[in-house]
Design a protein around this ligand. Sequence first.
Ligand SMILES: [Zn+2]
Length: 81
Amino acid sequence: MSRIDKHNAPSLTLIRFQNLMGALVVVIATELGRSTDYRWHCQGCHLTGDGHNLAVNRDGANEHAAACRALPQPTPTNQTA
Ligand SMILES: [Zn+2]
């Protein structure tokens, strides 16, 4: 039985929510062979939740998005002049 490297397994963004300030809260699925791991991540405050159930992660991400006031991360600017 081969072992799957969780950090290099293929992942897919399934759901995107918007928090109160416009930052994305995403639900991500990672394929781990016979199972799928789900987690959510706020791109504003970097809070993360995880588990093996899509519904739990969807609800957690949605609840977080409804309460989080973190601004979206700034986009890098080109410093060359
Ligand atoms: Zn947040």
